[in-house]
Design a protein around this ligand. Sequence first.
Ligand SMILES: C[S@@+](CC[C@H](N)C(=O)[O-])C[C@H]1O[C@@H](n2cnc3c(N)ncnc32)[C@H](O)[C@@H]1O
Length: 426
Amino acid sequence: MSSNPDTQAAGQPARAAAISILSAALSGRAGIEGALAHPSLRAMEPRDRGFARALALATLRHLGPIDAALQARLKKPPPEQVVNALRIGAAQLFVLKTPPHAAVDSTVELVPLPFRGLVNAVLRGLTREPPNLIDPDRLVPPWLYARWRSAYGEATAREIAAVIPQEPPTDLSLKPGVEPEGLEGEALPGGTFRTTMGGDVTGWPGFAEGGWWVQDASAAVPVRLLDPGPGQTILDMCAAPGGKTLQLAATGAAVTALDRSGPRLKRVTENLARTGLAAEVVEADGATWADGRQFDAVLLDAPCSATGTFRRHPDVLWVASPKDVASLAAVQTRLLDSAARRVSPGGRLVYCVCSLEPEEGEAQAEAFLKRTPGFALEPIAAGEGGAPEASLRPDGTLRILPQHRPGGADGFYIARFRRAADHAKA
Ligand SMILES: C[S@@+](CC[C@H](N)C(=O)[O-])C[C@H]1O[C@@H](n2cnc3c(N)ncnc32)[C@H](O)[C@@H]1O
């Protein structure tokens, strides 16, 4: 970024928007996408909107170290807007490497008059003593880091933390038969296309034609493990926004895409229309859905704490809480029981979560097997579905950690079950 005063002035709406995004994502728990969907942001010029998003994400990816450095310089916490301005000021200084006078002056202008001296002094102080932005002990909230250390060991927890500050590439799933024409990048095992491109994906070649959709390399694995085929009936029980529904529908399977959220299902419908794919779309609670059908296979991509998605949603690290993990685990248990009832004898059930927390993954699968007669694990083979070999657990389920794939990928837990062919209808 230039320190030219005109450019600095031109960037002010984007910097102000980045402050609003932080507030919506952290205090409002709206998520990055939710924060960006606010009408005031949607109305911005695409360039400003892109800069606001990039600045908010750069801040969130280094939030722990930035906050530690700020706290050391603040006697008492100023109002939230001022804290968020300081955060984006620090991100400009140390992540985007904006020249100090431009980063400091532009931030000072964004706060009310009584706080300008404070912001100026704190940011100038940071330039003299820059924070260590890759300190693993700061990149993750202490409660979460303690959990990762206890689940995976010290060394692995550090490896996970080291992925947090990295900006992720964008992964695409291509419709069968579609070539990634005009897209720069490489094919990964399993078929995901990893682009090196940046900017607004809706302008990339092939988007309007519906030849591909954005889907993280890990998120594309569960459907491959379900291995649907033409004419098979598949229930996608927590379907929105629909990446996995599209994958299922693209195989020619007869897909029922169910989700509790009407607004999120709208995105499934839009994605199906854009890609020219078809599915039955149902708005219902998966745990209580009053439909007696059984399916050849059921995919349960359950709601979870989403701690594995911190590469694109770094706010999850700071809004998740131990209470959420416990309450979501209870929801997952209910949904798993309902999903099992909807699998035909001899059929498959794939359970997955984009969480790094064992209560939402390994513990769910183990408890499900104990309480559910007629279901057994169908072990996943090394490398199956394009999953990294390092992710395979001895029991044949997958624990994909973000560092298992070069360049990173979302954290996921995936288990595949089969219902015995002679198991009586539940
Ligand atoms: C992890 S997301 C699913 C992502 C989706 N499978 C995809 O690939 O795009 C979890 C979804 O579960 C939905 N959900 C939460 N509770 C539910 C319930 N009781 N019944 C059905 N859907 C539910 C949420 O609305 C959310 O869309």
